[in-house]
Design a protein around this ligand. Sequence first.
Ligand SMILES: [Zn+2]
Length: 120
Amino acid sequence: MDDAHRAEFAELLRARADEIDATLAALERDLGALADARADATADDEHDPEGVTLSGEWSRIAGLRDEQLRERVAVAAARERWDAGTYGTCESCGRAIPVGRLRIRPMATKCVACAERDGR
Ligand SMILES: [Zn+2]
């Protein structure tokens, strides 16, 4: 990986981390608003159509939040590899992960051959 690519991926990882933080903040806001709405709803949730809708919405947004949290862990790990100087190196065979693959999957830890062999 040359310097131009190193700069490109440093920026890409940083932007991805910012994006995740912004998305998480928005999701937390939505969950907070839902919590307030649920507190206002009747205790008899099951028979209250609005209560059921709120529960479904809660599950959906909580799922999105969990996804973002996992993604944030992956980005943090990629940035640690970056700091350690191992970013873009396959953790399995030690060869360089092609730049084209990293553009599509910036958090990839393995080259295509190893990822396919290991099933991920
Ligand atoms: Zn490999």
